[in-house]
Design a protein around this ligand. Structure first.
Ligand code: PMP
Length: 361
């Protein structure tokens, strides 16, 4: 059998492990922070009609500039954004890759604050960008002082922030983003994949964009829009940033079908987002009920909750798996992460966890 070591693989990729969240067929898949609510049927029908029209023109390459879609995202985001300040790609993972291809690369480094989204260091490695890290404060917070000290120590070409953070769900103060921007010379990338789940009064980093040409705010349709399977991520930044990304994207990277589906879904934004409030409610229920079962739940502004106090996370993971529930062991000692699902899914998960007894043993 040929193994990786038999191949002339790049030295810096040797020994790495690929992203590998399990994709088991279980009844209760609460492990990758998807929106577990199905797409409303009338919206699905409109999407299919749009796809049918797009298929008829699929002999031609799609609009390389995805102009209609950029206009639609600018409208959805508001904040006075124009279409030329928007970029989109096949999931925000590809957004991150474009950003690192354009502003990172060999000889450059990106600063991150683990525990954070596991793909940030993996995409850094894939683009030959050095991943340097700094510690968070207690409770996985990052104060402006902590962040600025890390920027001064590492002098990064890019800083990756995640607001709210995955896998902890914890908020990131807007003051930290402002302070990082002021202290750094490089690009400041704020991953707001879970923005729609934040409390209404929490400001998005989008409010900081005017006058900050090194700031990028990234979003996705995978979570709030229940569109993980379609693969659509997008960002807002200065128009010069989108010009830079044009240098590294593959031509026609967003297929005509992707563009048509995303446009149709955006036409139904209020309906697509109707489940967000339900999901926030289930998240708040997890935050309230996990402590009653003897766990410590970390404050979450996302559609998932990280909880500590698990005696043996592997054993609890397996015991839940036997009950047809998949949650996430994110490798933090004594902790597990669960996605807020529908009311029924959340109830089933909480009942199963209660059955396991104190500490999940
Ligand atoms: N950023 C964060 C913080 C995430 O948690 C995820 C998905 N788990 C992504 C980006 C990527 O999402 P997608 O590529 O589906 O847009």
């Amino acid at each position: 059998m040929v193994s990786l070591s038999d191949l002339p693989l790049r030295d810096d990729l040797r020994g790495m492990t690929p992203y590998g969240a399990p994709q088991d067929a279980v009844r209760y898949a609460l492990n990758v922070n998807e929106n577990t609510h199905p797409i409303p049927e009338d919206v699905a029908r409109d999407i299919v009609e749009s796809l049918a029209r797009a298929v008829l023109g699929a002999n031609r390459y799609p609009d390389r500039e995805f102009s209609e879609l950029r206009t639609a995202f600018a409208g959805y985001l508001g904040h006075g954004l124009d279409a030329d300040q928007i970029w989109a790609a096949n999931g925000s993972n590809e957004i991150i890759q474009h950003v690192l291809q354009a502003f990172g690369g060999p000889g450059r480094r990106v600063l991150g604050f683990p525990p954070t989204y596991s793909m940030h260091p993996i995409i850094a490695a894939g683009t030959g960008t050095e991943w340097v890290t700094a510690e968070r404060d207690a409770g996985y917070r990052i104060s402006p002082e902590t962040a600025v000290a890390a920027v001064e120590r590492t002098d990064p070409d890019l800083v990756f922030l995640c607001a709210p953070n995955n896998p902890t769900g914890t908020p990131l103060p807007i003051e930290t983003i402002e302070a990082v921007y002021a202290a750094s010379r490089g690009m400041v990338f704020v991953d707001e994949a879970y923005a729609e789940f934040m409390p209404d009064e929490v400001p998005s980093a989008l409010t900081l964009l005017p006058g900050r040409e090194r700031l990028i705010v990234s979003r996705t349709m995978s979570k709030a829009f229940a569109f993980a399977g379609v693969r659509v991520g997008y960002l807002a930044a200065d128009a010069a940033v989108t010009d830079a990304l044009r240098l590294v994207r593959l031509p026609y990277h967003l297929s005509a079908l992707t563009q048509a589906a995303a446009l149709a879904a955006l036409r139904h934004a209020p309906e697509m987002l109707a489940m967000v409030d339900d999901i926030r409610g289930q998240r708040d229920r997890l935050l309230a009920e996990l402590p009653a079962l003897g766990y410590r739940a970390h404050e979450s502004q996302a559609n998932f909750v990280l909880f500590d106090g698990v005696a043996d996370p592997h054993a609890t993971f397996r015991a839940l798996r036997e009950r047809d529930i998949l949650i996430r062991d994110v490798g933090l000692p004594g902790a597990l992460r669960v996605t807020a699902g529908t009311e029924e899914e959340t109830s089933y998960f909480l009942a199963a966890l209660a059955e396991l007894g104190a500490g999940g043993a």
